[in-house]
Write a protein that binds this ligand. Structure first.
Ligand code: HPA
Length: 298
């Protein structure tokens, strides 16, 4: 049933935006402003798209933005569905299924996360090289629909190595340029690599849980992304994941964690994050041969 529903959603989106979309981007808490970079854009609130849920969290706009980034047609999910909001996993990952049936093979997942490593201060970005799923459920549980993908998907390389290389190179170039332009005092590595661990939320972690996560090998902790990554991998997509480290995870620094702080950090880093994301999409476009797709229609 989910396949037919996703097909319906994809057909609806195509009826509103006829260009062949090649890259999808999911924007995390506080990172929604990237959607404003899309030109010639069409905005579709989730409640207009067949079978889409609605996002309820502050900082998540709840719309699909279709437009171009430097001539590459993209679909941007401005606001995602989290398991903690009470949705079924099927609803959480439904947009990813829809992207897949739109023919999208490249997916960029972003989120806000807590940093577990003291050397990665808030305001750094984390290139996700792998994940740990501690949500306690898997979106692929239940009957498998072979039209989406295999029963037992391999998870050895969820996050595409080629895309990771592009992201690292672009981050380094961008920061060097910012130093040259006087926007940074000195060069700093804005994009670190690490392991993202997803918990169900909605509580932030206890300090004891954070110590446990560190022992498990996690560098960042959050409440999203992993279900979407699993679903995208199931469909054979190439995935890039980037966390915006919004705060130190509980118990590392003095003080407490709150959602406002997470949102503010997203906004603070937005300028660098948005520019980096744009450059990464251009490079993915070059790698995959997506340039000039905007002139075509489906
Ligand atoms: N923990 C879990 N999720 C988060 C955090 C955190 O510290 N910060 C932003 N999202």
């Amino acid at each position: 049933m989910s396949y037919e529903k996703a097909k319906e959603a994809a057909e609806f989106i195509k009826s509103r935006y006829s260009k062949p979309v090649k890259v999808a981007v999911v924007l995390g808490s506080g990172l929604g402003a990237f959607a404003d970079y899309a030109t010639d854009s069409v905005r579709i609130p989730y409640d207009e798209i067949p079978h889409f849920a609605r996002s309820t969290v502050e900082g998540h706009a709840g719309q699909m933005v279709l437009g171009e980034i430097e001539g590459i047609p993209v679909a941007i999910q401005q606001g995602r569905f989290h398991y903690y909001e009470g949705y079924e996993m099927e609803q959480v990952v439904f947009p990813i299924r829809t992207f897949g049936l739109l023919g999208i093979k490249s997916l960029i997942l972003t989120n806000a996360a807590g940093s577990i490593r003291t050397s990665n201060r808030p305001g750094t970005l984390l290139l996700i090289r792998d994940h740990i799923n501690l949500i306690g459920v898997n979106p692929l549980r239940g009957a498998n629909d072979e039209r989406f993908g295999p029963r037992f998907p391999d998870m050895t390389e969820v996050y595409c190595k080629q895309y990771q290389k592009i992201a690292s190179e672009e981050a380094e170039k961008l920061m060097k340029e910012r130093v040259e332009k006087g926007l940074e005092k000195e060069f700093r590595r804005i994009l670190r690599r690490g392991v993202y661990c997803a918990l169900p939320g909605p509580t932030y972690e206890t300090p004891a849980e954070v110590r446990m996560l560190r022992l498990l090998g996690a560098d960042a902790v959050g409440m999203s992304t992993v279900p979407e990554a699993i679903t995208a991998k199931h469909m054979g997509m190439k995935i890039l994941g980037i966390s915006c480290l919004a705060n130190m995870a509980a118990g590392i620094d003095e003080g407490f964690i709150n959602h406002q702080e997470v949102m503010e950090m997203g906004r603070e880093i937005a300028e660098i994050f948005n520019e980096l994301l744009k450059r990464i999409i251009v490079k993915i476009g070059e790698l995959e041969g997506f340039q000039n797709f905007a002139e075509k229609t489906v």
